[in-house]
Write a protein that binds this ligand. Structure first.
Ligand code: SF4
Length: 211
């Protein structure tokens, strides 16, 4: 996609939703980190249903460690892979206390050393909690990047690198959310809603159907 088209692509998405927010619920950087770890292969709605009651009583790593793995499992057992996730959340909470004074570090390397935290999770936390211009490539962004021609790539890392180059500075802070929301609600996996898509004329998807 040509730079002028990329600019227009984000201008339209931003005009429709100037201040996009994460659909995951959280109250501070720590609960955001926990919510993102729990969201792997799960829906935000499903995670929110579990974390509502959890975050009403636990908002710090210390409280999480006091709750314990068994206690945590009770809150998150409706979420896929909950056994592994409970283990990871308790261990990462212990490590936050041991290494970072109970705070979530604003540091990619330190974040990626926590169990259950990969590049994508670190990108979400850096973007949402700390306002950094990172782009976490999830399944939606991967699909939208490839379909539209905005940032074609064979791996999430390749798509991320292309997006970081292509997205104009003005839009980098929120590009992550605009692309996720676009992929979740318009450019859907099985049946993209091309007839109502605000960027259809800019998109290179060869199978798009405009009614
Ligand atoms: S035109 Fe269709 S394929 Fe292209 S971005 Fe819009 S919904 Fe996705």
């Amino acid at each position: 996609m040509k730079p002028a088209a990329v600019q227009e692509f984000f201008r339209r998405l931003s005009a429709a939703n100037p201040e996009p927010r994460s659909e995951l619920e959280y109250v501070n950087p720590y609960t955001l980190l926990v919510a993102v770890v729990l969201s792997a292969q799960a829906t935000d709605v499903g995670v929110n249903r579990a974390t509502g009651p959890l975050f009403a009583v636990v908002t710090t790593p210390q409280q999480m460690v006091a709750l314990g793995e068994e206690g945590l499992r009770g809150y998150i057992k409706t979420i896929g892979l909950f056994n592994t996730k409970a283990k990871n959340v308790i261990r990462l909470s212990e490590l936050l206390i041991e290494r970072h004074g109970g705070e979530v570090p604003r540091d990619r390397e330190a974040l990626e050393q926590l169990p259950g935290v990969g590049r994508k999770t670190a990108n979400v936390v850096l973007n949402v909690a700390f306002g950094e211009e990172t782009i976490a490539v999830d399944t939606h962004i991967f699909r939208v990047g490839n379909r539209t021609g905005l940032a074609p790539g064979k791996t999430p890392d390749a798509v991320e690198a292309k997006l970081l180059k292509a997205v104009p500075k003005l839009f980098r802070r929120h590009a992550h959310h605009w692309l996720i929301l676009h992929g979740r609600y318009v450019c859907k996996a099985r049946k993209p809603d091309c007839p109502i898509c605000p960027v259809a004329d800019l998109c290179a998807y060869k199978d798009k159907v405009i009614a």
